[in-house]
Design a protein around this ligand. Structure first.
Ligand SMILES: [Cu+2]
Length: 128
């Protein structure tokens, strides 16, 4: 009994070490193929920008293909600008609103920024 418990503790510790930061840094994660994409910028005028699937999971490794992209530009201080191979979609800085685009992604790296604050409001993801 004591021996079994000891082994279980050891195994848990090893799994925790192997599965954490090193694996995440080396890989963009499992390939994601959501039904659509949702970009949000400037919620409550905060300096935040994100791209997620409809459930709120951040996009990091997207399956190549065509998606419906809904951008919620919630601030007149900010915009949402997505660029990469064959893609250049943006909302306007001085206004708010929801825009929907059809976007085709090819394998590579895509980035999204708020143009006036691109040094701090930015994100990127891999397309596989
Ligand atoms: Cu901004």
């Amino acid at each position: 009994m004591a021996g079994v418990a000891g082994m279980a503790v050891t195994a848990t510790v090893l799994a925790g070490c192997g599965g954490s930061s090193a694996a995440k840094a080396a890989s963009p994660g499992p390939v994601q193929h959501p039904a659509s994409l949702v970009g949000v910028v400037g919620h409550n005028d905060a300096f935040t920008i994100s791209l997620s699937d409809p459930s709120g999971q951040a996009i990091s490794n997207l399956q190549a293909g065509t998606y419906s992209l809904t951008i919620k530009d919630e601030s007149s201080l900010h915009n949402f600008h997505l660029t990469g191979d064959g893609v250049d979609k943006a909302t306007s800085i001085g206004s708010t609103g929801t825009s929907t685009f059809s976007v085709t992604f090819k394998p590579g790296t895509y980035t999204f920024v708020c143009d006036p604050h691109s040094s701090q409001m930015k994100g990127r993801f891999t397309v596989t």
